[in-house]
Ligand binder design. Structure first.
Ligand SMILES: [Zn+2]
Ligand SMILES: [Zn+2]
Length: 232
């Protein structure tokens, strides 16, 4: 689509992961697979069902596109999520809200060999190592640019052709129910969205009714991360 002139100042680069069907090293950027676990730690488990959590995402800051690195910080960003259907931890723990008990979103800075920890998880997702990134232009949803006044038909066109409804690094979050940026519990500032995960894009995950999730970080407190999702 031709980007409407009013929206041109708001174009941001988003990077789409190019996935390889392998796990790669424990410190690699990946969707699914085996995470680097700090020495002495075990694989994160769900307090509701006791099972291992599924790794959804690990981002190696050093291997990200230069322009995206500053907001990510250092080390590895890791997102683990309970995929248990019985009990249905997603609902029991309200995993759609940030800071849910059945979700671990954290930063680790790998030093040397990690723990020899693997998930005990029947039906774990096949690993997808992020072998590269493809840059695309991304546009905001109307709620994120309240000063931009465009006719509905133009926004319809933006929704159809301009918003990147994919797993992506940076860019603009695609809000399903309007902006849901968490607040940092330590400083109350609005957290910054780092990565978007869409149901059944790279991973066979389905958030509720085909929801879209966002991993956010506090730019003041790099160890505060949160993940939440919404569906229509
Ligand atoms: Zn669980
Ligand atoms: Zn903070």
């Amino acid at each position: 689509m031709d980007i409407p002139v009013e929206l041109r100042p708001y174009v941001r680069t988003a990077w789409l992961p190019e996935a390889a069907e392998e796990d790669g090293p424990p410190t690699a950027s990946k969707l699914g697979g085996t995470a680097w676990i700090p020495p002495g730690d075990s694989w994160p488990a769900c307090p509701n069902c006791g099972r291992s959590l599924q790794l959804l995402l690990q981002l190696d800051a050093d291997a990200l596109p230069e322009a995206a690195r500053a907001a990510v910080g250092e080390g590895l960003l890791q997102l683990f999520y309970c995929t248990s259907q019985d009990p249905l931890c997603e609902v029991d723990c309200q995993a759609f809200f940030p800071f849910a008990e059945s979700v671990v979103a954290r930063r680790v800075v790998p030093k040397g060999e990690g723990a020899d920890a693997v998930p005990d998880l029947p039906g774990a997702f096949s690993p997808r190592r992020i072998a590269g990134w493809r840059a695309v232009d991304d546009l905001p949803t109307p709620e994120d640019v309240p000063d931009v006044d465009l006719p509905d038909r133009v926004w319809d066109d933006v929704y159809r052709h301009g918003l990147v409804e994919r797993d992506k690094l940076a860019g603009w979050p695609l809000w399903v129910q309007g902006p849901e940026r968490p607040r940092c519990p330590q400083c109350q500032s609005t957290m910054h969205v780092v990565f978007q995960i869409v149901s059944e894009d790279t991973l066979p995950i389905v958030f509720g009714d085909m929801g879209t999730g966002h991993l956010s970080v506090c730019l003041e407190h790099p160890d505060v991360l949160a993940f939440g999702w919404a569906c229509t």
